[in-house]
Write a protein that binds this ligand. Structure first.
Ligand code: GLU
Length: 368
């Protein structure tokens, strides 16, 4: 038996709901059975589940092809569906004498340190109490600008939150292939990726459905985020028998394993580095780039240009004058406030004018 591990398992809407959006009890039951087996082998498991929006729509007469497109209605539907979803998890875990604890998170919980620490303590306590945390995005209140957008990303941040050993991303294919298996006979499963690069995203192919929002590209991104936080991940087929046990045992050909990077970025920096929304771009000169790489804050003097319109606190790409994005950060001031002070040394700025463009604490230099 393998040593006790903490595993985050993510399952998507299309794996657990039918085309109308109704939660498929057998699919949830199968996952809960596997979680119970893992638990009896000493492992700790967190479930990240989607399906709240899809599950809420049929009750509102909006199931299947009547699915609305506006975000507010979808957010409203999630409140109906989340109840239905958690009920099935509670019942199926209870069948195996396990207690489910519902945890609903939003992106800001990973950005604000106090929120992050609360979420972290609660998750750790739940696991100590033997509860199975069942996590989803709090779709009802998630801000459209900064929401996770898909639960793959949420799962990767949860993996960081609980110091997971493994993130299992369940999907409708066996993993990542060398080519699209639907159009190429040569396509082979990639069993292990050392470090995710841009070419892997291109291999993703389309596996998203209209009900789920993930697709392979978002799994690849989630695996990258996990890797950056020191967590190994595996992308595998949801209905593969014993997928969780095989993933824990690192059985060959379970799916595509992605190695963890040796250094670990804290969750807040991870969020900044991989934030979904991008407010704009800040272009800096050579000297400023070198200073940022040494860990300083970005000051107005080093900025040559600001493009896009963004508010204070927005995530921005930081590029050098060649256009290479080498860092990301949260802007201290809006694009409107910043434009008049670009290139000005702190001593030349009028009193009260913005001086720090991105503070070092809010900045991540991306490895080349
Ligand atoms: N949080 C959304 C839900 O539960 C789904 C997000 C996703 O598609 O991954 O319906």
């Amino acid at each position: 038996m393998s040593r006790p591990q903490t595993i985050v398992v993510k399952i998507g809407t299309s794996s657990i709901t039918d085309s109308e959006g109704v939660v498929q009890r057998e699919a949830v039951a199968s996952l809960c059975d596997q979680v119970a087996d893992a638990r009896s082998n000493g492992h700790r498991v967190v479930i990240v589940t989607s399906g709240a929006i899809a599950a809420g729509l049929p009750e509102l007469g909006m199931g299947g092809d009547r699915r609305p497109t506006d975000t507010i209605t979808l957010q409203a539907a999630s409140t109906v569906g989340q109840g239905a979803l958690i009920r099935v998890y509670r019942e199926e875990l209870a069948r195996r004498d396990l207690v489910a604890g519902q945890v609903l998170l939003v992106a800001i919980d990973f950005v604000m340190r106090s929120q992050y620490l609360h979420a972290r303590s609660t998750m750790h306590r739940l696991l100590e109490l033997g509860v199975v945390p069942v996590v989803n995005e709090n779709d009802a209140i998630a801000d459209e600008e900064i929401r996770f957008g898909d639960n793959d990303r949420l799962a990767s941040l949860v993996a960081n939150l609980v110091d997971a050993d493994l993130l299992l991303l369940l999907t409708d294919t066996d993993g990542i292939f060398t080519a699209d298996p639907r159009s190429s006979d040569e396509a082979a499963l990639i069993e292990e990726i050392e470090e995710i690069g841009n070419h892997h995203a291109a291999l993703g192919g389309a596996s998203g459905t209209s009900r789920g929002s993930g697709g392979m590209a978002s799994k690849i991104m989630a695996a990258k985020v996990a890797s950056w936080s020191g967590v190994r991940s595996v992308i595998a087929r949801a209905d593969r028998p014993h997928v969780l046990a095989d993933a824990i045992a690192a059985k060959p050909a379970t799916g595509t394993f992605v190695k963890a990077r040796p250094s670990r970025l804290p969750a807040r920096k991870l969020w900044i580095a991989f934030a979904v929304g991008r407010g704009g771009t800040v272009v800096v000169d050579k000297g400023a780039r070198a200073a940022l790489e040494r860990g300083t804050s970005l000051l107005a003097a080093g900025v040559t240009e600001v493009s896009g319109t963004f508010g204070a606190g927005a995530p921005v790409d930081i590029t050098d004058t060649s256009g290479e994005i080498f860092a990301r950060g949260l802007a201290r001031h809006s694009s409107e406030e910043l434009r008049p002070v670009l290139g000005l040394r702190s001593a030349d700025l009028p009193p009260g004018a913005p001086h720090v463009v991105v503070h070092a604490n809010d900045l991540v230099v991306l490895p080349g």
